[in-house]
Design a protein around this ligand. Sequence first.
Ligand code: FCB
Length: 463
Amino acid sequence: MEPAATPVRFPEGFVWGAATAAYQIEGAAHDDGRGPSIWDTFCRTPGKVHAGHTGDVACDHYHRYPDDVALMAELGLHAYRFSVAWPRIQPDGSGPVNPRGLDFYDRLVDELRGRDIDPIITLYHWDLPQTLEDRGGWTNRETAERFADYAAAVYGRLGDRVTTWTTLNEPWCSAYLGYGNGVHAPGRQDPAATFAAVHHLLLAHGLGAAALRAAGATTVGITLNPAAVFPADPESPTDAQAVRLVDGLHNRIFFDPLLRGQYPADVLEHVARFTDLGYLRAGDEKLIGAPIDLLGVNYYAPTYVAARPGAAGGGGAYPGTEGIEFLPPVGPLTDMGWMIEPGGLTALLERISNDYPGVPMIVTENGAAFDDKFHRDAPGTDGRVHDADRVSYLDGHLRAAHEAIARGVDLRGYLVWSLLDNFEWAEGYRKRFGIIYVDYLTQRRVPKDSARWYQEVIHRNGL
Ligand code: FCB
């Protein structure tokens, strides 16, 4: 697909950036007092992560961050979204902070600011300290309380130089993939645990946001990965019901408490098939629903569902959806096997803006894995990475984001996933999402064609 030629301009002040996450890029798993996280454990559990890959070394960003920040500056990024590793700050997930862990982020923030790049912090991108998991992890209310202590500790060190704070990345994945279908750490498969985890993650957001505000934070938000879910047959009333249930389990279970201060009744009724809801206490919803300043939206691909008697449903990732078929993706696909449908992003942003008005949004992740080739020394190659399919993906999605703005959505920025090729969770290093290629043998960075293209986009503030 050739990028469409029509020029588009983004609003003045639109924020352009890139995103990463601690466990996916840092490496240095044992440096400076870092404790083990659930991902360290999961990677060592046979059969869980492709080829037994681990984040022990990853992109070695912990040691190479000055070079990586220099690359960001070269591309002209306005902002860089990264996550702080809780097990570096509190190796056991509670108690005294480890100053050497904070020192790393202190250096990183100074490096970024020295190059005029705005740091956007995610406090939790899935690397729960293992000690907390041993006490129940996100099924235990105490984890949410410990998260608030941790958030305050990080703010205490970096709050004078970091303006934008997000509590969690994609709590849907933490709960439904971590405790539901077990594809992510900690690898549990229990619907009751899944819904307890949803609630305690939301509570962690609420308590964490309150702690950040009490310490002086002014821009506080959360990043979700809402599903753009569509019916297989737009005319079918039963497909519409299927959409409603999947939307409830994936989207409204987060959006409603966060932005309306209340779980949706139909979703609670469904959840009550699996749990007595004993984890839900008076006052929790109010805490979770305290106003936020910014909503991060991660979007990759749409979901299509149909009502089909006898269909298996979405398994642990969508408890209780038997009788619903999740349609197989239709090509062209990315290397993850995900559909490429930019219109899904426009529809999603518009829907959020209509149903939950008043919260500015930022695309905190969007991008694609493709099987990039880099053979510097191979005959016939030129030492570059020609990722035309990624350029086309990004071009299409930026046009879709622009279309949402044209339709009135308050979208403030776009952060590409990802700056670097990195550890793609259960897929290990075999999926490459970076606009910068990483040669894992040498740790050499090679900006792909998409990086050069993105540099131009930023420079022009448009396409
Ligand atoms: C998102 C995650 C991110 C990355 C991308 C591909 O769900 O937040 O860490 O793995 O998917």
